[in-house]
Design a binder for this molecule. Structure first.
Ligand SMILES: *Cc1c(COP(=O)(O)O)cnc(C)c1O
Length: 396
């Protein structure tokens, strides 16, 4: 847990206009009481079961294990959750929280559209108004997700300021929230942003690790040796890791987007070129230049393509509890194909970063070791993107 100001050492905190302080305090109080409220917890558990499809399986990837010839590999199958990724866990939890606060209107920001779709889905389920801010560039690139959100009853608001992408959409969402906080809840999509968002999102995602713990104990009779997840903002990784961080016997690896190369503008590996900075209302590692100007990023996968990372990850990095590495676009594309062919599972390109790391680690470990990897989402959304590189032979 962070301290009472929401800080993990030098990271985290609340760097927002005064008008939002009240909303953040109110949210923190509502979250605390929801954690104690059995009616809230029962409703959440029921929807997780009936609607999201939880628990998601912990699957033994036998063919990949055999192929790599080392540690036994398990996938936590968040790709099988409703809407195809872990994001629904947080979106549903926060929409329920909004309802419990008596707020009928939801806003969200989205880059590639995944978080927008998850939020629009949860809002439809609970009968809440939903408006999603999206950069006009991103809307152009992700037209199908825009239509998906509209089908779900959400209104997508184009953001034409700045670079017309995710960070501009976040600014607009925060501005809307400040102006309409009485009846509006802002569903932030990952373990970032001003306190208490990083804690709230982590708690709603920690169902992943709670399930994985009892599943691996049932299947193998012991805890894993190594856990691996991709890290964009960092919510699927903390969702899996959080339940196990106290276990000294377990190693953790977070995999960032290595892009084309670790040179400015060609990647999104914040721990391989980032420095301390403030973005999205919190202190963390940020890809920026000497003047604090936010750096350009690149990744084959939209969900990992962001200049900053959740503050708890920055703290876990500095304390050495979690090791961070990166997978390049090329390694990711190879992992995407290998997993599809050997396991009959098309992984999201985000998750394929974690698979690329499994491919490096598993052969170095003996066959009595256990790896649990988070399959954060399914890859149907990425087939067209993958085809562009695979069929044309173009280098990613
Ligand atoms: C959004 C997304 C991610 C990255 O977000 P985190 O907060 O780091 O989990 C990873 N995988 C999938 C499938 C996603 O949609």
């Amino acid at each position: 847990m962070p301290d009472e100001r929401g800080r993990y050492g030098a990271f985290g905190g609340r760097y927002v206009p005064e008008t939002l302080m009240f909303a953040l305090d109110q949210l923190e109080a509502a979250h605390k009481s929801a954690l104690q409220d059995t009616a809230f917890q029962q409703e959440l558990a029921l929807l997780q079961r009936q609607y999201v499809g939880r628990p998601t399986p912990l699957y033994f990837a036998g063919r990949l294990t055999e192929h790599l010839g080392g540690a036994r590999i398990y996938f936590k199958r968040e790709d099988l959750a409703h809407t195809g990724a872990h994001k629904i866990n947080n979106a549903l939890g926060q929409c329920l929280l909004a309802k419990s606060m008596g707020k009928p209107r939801i806003i969200a920001e989205t880059g590639a559209g995944q978080h927008g779709v998850a939020t629009a889905t949860a809002a439809a389920l609970l009968g809440l108004e939903c408006e999603v801010y999206m950069g006009s560039e991103d809307m152009e690139r992700q037209r199908l997700n825009v239509f998906r959100m509209e089908l779900l009853g959400a209104r997508v608001i184009p953001v034409v300021s700045g670079s017309k992408t995710l960070k501009d959409a976040i600014n607009e969402a925060l501005r809307d929230w400040a102006a309409n906080v009485e009846r509006t809840h802002y569903v932030l999509g990952t373990v970032h942003g001003p306190h208490p968002f990083p804690v709230i999102c982590r708690e709603f995602q920690s169902i992943i690790g709670k399930e994985a713990r009892s599943q691996i104990l049932e299947l193998e009779g012991r805890l894993p040796d190594l856990m691996i997840a991709c890290v964009g903002g960092g919510s699927n990784a903390l969702g899996l890791f959080n339940e196990f961080l106290q276990e000294d016997s377990i190693d953790f690896i977070g995999v960032e987007a290595g892009g084309k190369a670790i040179t400015p503008g060609m990647h999104a590996a914040r721990f391989a070129g980032g420095t301390l900075g403030m973005l999205q209302g919190a202190m963390s590692y940020v890809l920026q230049d000497e003047n604090g100007l936010i750096g350009k990023t690149h990744s084959i996968s939209a969900g990992l393509d962001y200049a900053s990372v959740g503050p708890q990850h920055a703290w876990l990095y500095e304390s050495g509890r979690v090791a961070y590495t990166h997978a390049s676009d090329r390694e990711t594309l190879d992992a995407f194909q290998l997993c599809s062919r050997l396991e009959g599972i098309l992984p999201a390109l985000e998750s394929a970063h974690a698979i690329a790391e499994v491919m490096k680690r598993a052969p170095e470990l003996s066959c009595d070791k256990l790896i649990v990897m988070n399959m954060s989402g399914r890859g149907d959304k990425d087939v067209e993107q993958a085809a562009r590189f695979i069929l044309t032979g173009e280098e990613p």
